[in-house]
Design a protein around this ligand. Structure first.
Ligand SMILES: *Cc1c(COP(=O)(O)O)cnc(C)c1O
Length: 396
């Protein structure tokens, strides 16, 4: 589908229509192409496709029509020129780092990023001579002070996991660009339905499609979105060579997930806001982390940068780990699982699960305490979620 007749197609229209190409069979829904390779009319056409002289499918490690439809749709929703789908969110981050960094380079990352991302930087990139400095997400002066002549990337998530801190994307993009640095934003928590980092100057957007893009907890996948040279050529080249490829089946699930993304993000944001207000009134809870609350220190920035506040709510219990585990263990509806962004609400103790591989110092630097609980609010009725959390809170 091209939008030549539509000067400014809206998000909902793009979510349902962008990227689809029909085969001569005239199928209405997007088809899955479960084929590893593609055939050529003759040897000359094969040669021309391999050399890139003519476009077209070759081999599903790097060209598959279903995967391409997902890539084109996500690129349209983010407002980026190119998108590369990967086998997981971590593969998207790895592909970005392997493509854009070399030995001797330096990257500045927010200290509160996803735990496995920290492990990737600390245990693996470091082996290849790429150094990482960590700074508090919201401290612009700290980002500036961390810049070295060899700094190539700024890396962040906003809001952050699990403390829901925000980065001022515009301010960090301006700082990065003044020093020839690229700003990479992991947009997993907001998705383009709530926040479009390119509008604020970000250079690359990372996704774990596993979360909200799927939205029903079925498949693992990821994506990088950005400009044609860096993503469409350079990161594509890494994907073609190294092969962290998304399967056509997973691409199809994510493609269909994108069709309802804005509806789900709006619904879970409304429920999360209600739940956050209610949690703030609970005596066993010391603090609620949710950017939609006026008590959130960056509430004004959240209103400027996002169209809603997302589905993740975290809170600190006064009683530490025992209290956190009691609330988790008394749930009967909310699933105890580390995934997030599902239609089913989930609950996690970050210190002993998602962030358990960090050293105590790394956790402390990230601000993640023993009493912290993270809830990913799904699509159930809020009253039932409250009832489910209340059972544990009453025992404290
Ligand atoms: C889950 C997650 C990732 C990693 O994605 P996978 O699909 O699990 O590899 C990266 N960033 C954030 C913010 C995440 O929540």
């Amino acid at each position: 589908m091209d939008f030549d007749d539509f000067p400014d197609p809206g998000f909902a229209t793009l979510a349902v229509r962008a990227g689809q190409t029909r085969t001569p069979e005239g199928e209405h829904a997007e088809p899955i192409f479960p084929t590893s390779s593609f055939v050529f009319a003759n040897a000359a056409e094969a040669a021309a496709r391999f050399s890139g002289a003519i476009p077209g499918n070759i081999y599903s490690r790097f060209t598959n029509p279903t995967v391409r439809m997902f890539q084109d749709r996500l690129a349209a929703l983010e407002g980026g020129a190119a998108c590369i789908a990967t086998s997981s969110g971590m593969a998207a981050i790895l592909a970005t780092c392997m493509t854009l960094l070399k030995s001797g380079d330096h990257l500045v990352s927010a200290s509160g990023v996803f735990g496995t991302t920290l492990s990737l930087f600390n245990q693996y990139l470091s082996k290849f001579g790429v150094a990482t400095s960590y700074v508090p997400l919201a401290d612009l002066a700290a980002w500036e002070a961390a810049i070295r002549p060899e700094t190539r990337l700024f890396y962040l998530e906003t809001p952050s996991n699990p403390l829901m801190e925000l980065a001022d994307i515009r301010a960090l993009a301006d700082l990065a660009h003044a020093h020839g640095i690229l700003l990479v934003v992991d947009n997993c928590f907001c998705t383009p339905a709530l926040q479009q980092p390119f509008k604020f100057g970000a250079d690359l957007v990372i996704h774990s499609a596993t979360k909200y893009l799927d939205g029903q907890g079925r498949c693992v996948g990821g994506a990088v979105v950005g400009d044609q040279q860096r993503v469409g050529v350079d990161i594509f080249g890494f994907l073609r060579t190294a092969g962290p490829t998304m399967s056509p089946f997973n691409a199809w699930v994510f493609l269909k997930g994108l069709e309802t993304l804005h509806l789900r993000m709006r619904a879970c944001s409304e429920s999360a806001l209600q739940l956050a207000h209610w949690l703030e009134g609970q005596p066993a809870i010391e603090r609620v982390y949710y950017p939609g609350l006026p008590s959130h220190p960056q509430h004004e920035l959240a209103k400027r940068q996002q169209s809603a506040f997302g589905g993740i709510v975290s809170f600190d219990l006064r009683g530490g780990r025992d209290a956190a585990w009691a609330v988790i263990d008394h749930t009967r509806l909310i699933s105890i699982t580390a995934n997030l962004g599902d239609a089913k609400s989930t609950i996690t103790h970050p210190t002993t699960t998602t962030h358990g591989r960090l050293t105590p110092q790394e956790r402390q630097r990230a601000g993640i305490g023993e009493g912290l609980v993270r809830v990913s609010v799904g699509l159930e009725d809020v009253a039932d979620l409250q009832h489910d959390l209340e059972r544990g809170l009453r025992t404290l």
